[in-house]
Ligand binder design. Structure first.
Ligand SMILES: [Zn+2]
Ligand SMILES: [Zn+2]
Length: 256
């Protein structure tokens, strides 16, 4: 991931509210287009300039060619609000986040996230590296809002179960079963992404607990009850994969 600085300059008399609204709407559209990552985008006013720091999947993320219509419209709104297009400075590689998938067409991909993750929730099946969403054909309304919102929901459930909250079992079933509301929604989203991208898209099912290691190793695919265990773990995370149900999972974290 790349850390970048956006500097916004006003070219005519305007109001703080108008500028803030215009900048916020650009930031939101960039987020829903996968060009910037995360939920918090600190902005400050310094020497008459508005400065926002963002995390991008790659150095070219903010290039014009990656903009969708909503981003282009948000840039026009900036100018209507008396603000110039932002000047972009690449600050460098961010140390704590995963490196973006190299530019290629993956043979398969995984919808995968976790509560600590700051990157695209779509990973290449070959490299297990996050794929910038703007590399895919847009889903609905010309953006990836559905995927970004899905990631937030999944992360919220993961956070609750990690913290051992009282509804632990409820949040666990949301991220660990295929027939929970979130499980159903996740698989639909995978189908939609697969339809649009023509790349087989798998859903990652979280697994923790279980009675014993041997029972966990014999776990069957929850979609078709078939044998889905892999002979070798993949990317140190995945131990199960069902190609017909498009599901992957890990050996229970309690026994890994
Ligand atoms: Zn890859
Ligand atoms: Zn299956």
């Amino acid at each position: 991931m790349i850390l970048a600085k956006l500097v916004f300059e006003c070219f005519e008399d305007t109001t703080m509210t108008r500028v803030e609204l215009a900048i916020n709407s650009l930031i939101t559209e960039l987020k829903y287009n996968g060009q910037i990552i995360g939920q918090e985008f600190p902005t400050l006013l310094k020497d008459g300039y508005f400065v926002t720091q963002v995390l991008c999947p790659e150095e070219e993320s903010l290039a014009y060619t990656n903009h969708n219509n909503a981003v282009k419209q948000a840039i026009e709104r900036l100018s209507e609000s008396g603000v110039l297009q932002p000047k972009i400075t690449i600050l460098g590689q961010e140390l704590h986040s995963d490196s973006t998938d190299p530019y290629h067409t993956p043979s398969w991909q995984i919808l995968y996230t976790s509560y600590v993750q700051t990157c695209s929730p779509l990973r290449c099946g070959e490299h297990f590296a996050p794929i910038p969403l703007y590399r895919l054909p847009p889903l609905a309304n010309g953006c990836y809002k559905q995927v970004i919102n899905w990631q937030q929901d999944w992360q919220a459930c993961d956070q609750l179960q990690m913290n051992g909250r009282t509804n632990e079992f409820e949040s666990l079933s949301q991220i660990g079963t295929i027939d929970s509301p979130l499980g159903l929604q996740s698989r639909k989203l995978c189908q939609r992404i697969e339809q649009k991208s023509a790349i087989p898209t798998y859903y990652y099912l979280y697994r923790v607990g279980g009675e014993s290691l041997s029972k966990e190793q014999q776990r069957r695919c929850p979609g078709c009850d078939g044998d889905w265990s892999l002979t070798e773990p993949l990317h140190q995370v995945l131990d199960f994969k069902c190609d017909s149900c498009r599901l992957v999972s890990n050996l229970s974290w309690d026994y890994k």
